[in-house]
Design a binder for this molecule. Structure first.
Ligand code: GLU
Ligand code: MG
Length: 437
């Protein structure tokens, strides 16, 4: 029997899950026009497969249209079929973007910053993950032995990254037990989130092929090291020139980049509901985990929510090209599209409001008194998903960045996720997230 090659058109949804439908590859051209049928209430399927309260009920029809720029085909030498998927946008049947299509929401955030300031976003997501049952010996943090323990995985993954037309950067043994980190080269606009989505999928695909079990859960258990997602960004003008760097400013941020970062930090305690959206995300966002706990800008500080990253005199790349900042209050429970959309909207808002670049912090903020924090305009990030959602929902500026019903739908989705865990012990909650991400 000759197998019929299939390709899946998929979307990264509110749950940060990559869901779609497969069809024969030979129908690809036809599907570019016609799309595949999609159901509105799918957006309320939580990461645990429960269905949160949905305004759509059993009603309505949508189409998921593959983007011809995004097909991924990865061949393996295990004799099994290639993996094929393509990213899509969800439209109403009349062709207008759907209010909960995360990729369309990112596109409108990118359009906004283009309109407000003539700017484009350039960047890449840095991902950490761990193997649930790994083979790293004790004492392998950052070691060559730790690398060798998963060398086969690393080499197959980098081949898959190249086949997917992403640019491989680094693969390394991270600090945590069986924890690894993978980075890819930067891209522009919506491709930044496309690449993050593709990369997560490739990590899971390669792990499955090698009979491994990879998880991006934000935190495995209270004693473990978190799996962060660090979103590196820089800003470019209309003609693609980098405009993030100003060597005459104290820490290198140009005035426009300072306004962008100021907006991100001003709205951080509200947008974190979109960038770190699981129950266990808030166990990671605590001091001394090298994640982020306050809405601070740090210079080379790995506990800052936004960190100014180093530039090197040794690199062959110009400093203005190297210069970037990273957003660290994110994790892989978030759809890359929603996380980046929220950040870009907050940055555009900061530019519109003409905010001043925040002062750079250089100390352990967890040691400051509440009064000192207030005096310096610093806020502790919300300490639970519920409180992050409450902050998000009640800010009309922030909810106004999205289509009218989106915020309500999003909050109901997350409440459904919380409700699913209502009778679980803390250990069961950690295990549940480890299993689904
Ligand atoms: N694992 C840390 C996090 O949860 C990041 C460590 C690092 O700086 O690479 O974000
Ligand atoms: Mg890391």
């Amino acid at each position: 029997m000759k197998l019929e090659p299939l390709i899946i058109a998929a979307t990264s949804d509110i749950a940060g899950k990559f869901r779609g439908k497969a069809f024969p590859v030979r129908q690809f051209e036809k599907r570019l026009n016609r799309g595949i049928g999609w159901t509105p209430t799918n957006v309320q399927i939580t990461c645990f497969d429960s269905i949160a309260e949905s305004p759509y009920g059993a009603l309505g029809d949508l189409v998921l249209i593959p983007d011809p720029e995004t097909p991924v085909e990865v061949e393996f030498d295990d004799g099994l079929p290639a993996e094929r998927f393509v990213l899509g946008d969800i439209h109403e049947t009349d062709g207008t973007p759907w209010e909960c299509c995360t990729r369309s929401l990112l596109k409108s955030a990118l359009d906004r910053i283009q309109e407000v300031a003539g700017l484009k976003i350039f960047g890449a997501f840095e991902h950490e993950f761990h193997f649930v049952t790994g083979k790293c010996p004790l004492g392998s943090a950052y070691t060559t032995a730790g690398f060798r323990a998963e060398r086969q995985f690393g080499e197959v993954l980098v081949s898959a990254i190249e086949q997917a037309k992403l640019v491989p950067d680094t693969f390394m043994k991270e600090y945590g037990v069986n924890q690894y980190e993978v980075t890819v080269g930067p891209a522009s606009g919506v491709r930044i989130a496309d690449h993050a989505t593709i990369l997560r999928e490739l990590v899971h695909i390669v792990a499955e092929r090698l009979q491994l079990n990879a998880s991006f859960t934000p935190l495995r258990n209270p004693e473990s090291v978190g799996n962060g997602v660090h979103i590196h960004m820089s800003i470019r003008n209309d003609v693609g020139m980098p405009v993030t760097y100003d060597p005459t400013s104290t820490h290198g941020l140009s005035p426009i980049a300072g306004q962008f970062v100021a907006g991100v930090l001003k709205y951080l305690d509200r947008i974190v509901a979109l960038t770190a959206p699981s129950v266990v995300s808030y166990k990671r966002l605590t001091p001394h985990r090298w994640s982020s706990s306050f809405n601070n800008l740090g210079y080379r500080d790995r506990e800052a929510s936004v960190r100014i990253c180093p530039v090197s005199d040794l690199s062959d790349i110009a400093k203005s090209e190297q210069f970037n900042f990273e957003f660290r209050a994110a994790d892989a429970a978030a759809s890359p599209y929603l996380a980046l959309a929220a950040i870009v909207h907050a940055g555009a808002q900061g530019i519109e409001e003409g905010l001043d670049c925040p002062d750079v912090t250089e100390e352990d903020l967890s040691l400051l008194s509440p009064n000192d924090l207030v005096a310096r305009g610093l806020t502790r990030l919300p300490q639970s998903l519920e409180s992050a959602l409450a902050n998000f929902e009640k800010d009309k500026i922030v909810t106004g960045w999205f289509p009218q019903d989106f915020a309500t739908i999003y909050v109901k989705h997350k409440q459904g996720e919380i409700a699913y865990l209502a009778d679980s012990t803390e250990a069961e909650i950690y295990d549940a997230y480890e299993a689904v991400y």
